[in-house]
Design a protein around this ligand. Sequence first.
Ligand code: 5GP
Length: 128
Amino acid sequence: MLHSGRGCVKFGAAMEKTLFQKIADKEIPAAMVYEDSLCVAFRDITPVAPVHVLLVPRKPIPSIEAAAAEDAELLAHLMLKVGEIARAEGLAEGGFRTVMNTGADAGQTVPHLHIHIIGGRSMQWPPG
Ligand code: 5GP
């Protein structure tokens, strides 16, 4: 195991994919709405609104807190894809919410950076 910064990276046969890597690699089925060489977007299995898409980089960054300077271009790519996907999902006019849960207090359940794109109904603020 190689210790690199805040994360630990495993190599070789012992390397375990995250759930979202398995979805990106089509080892676990999901309703894909977008994919390119850097990221995938698919429908959340437990949607909290009429539209609930998860936008996920193929690179298994555990969370936004673990992102590094070398990820800057990838993060910019994801930000631009948010708008593109929201428009394709018909959310541009009514608006939508983006959420990145980070860590236990925020209720992050999958340790692979992902952006929730949620829309199709009105929402409350602050969130619970
Ligand atoms: P988090 O709670 O980490 O911010 O978000 C993880 C999201 O992944 C949850 O909204 C959950 O419903 C979704 N999710 C968990 N397992 C699966 C799965 O196997 N397929 C899909 N499409 N979504 C999943």
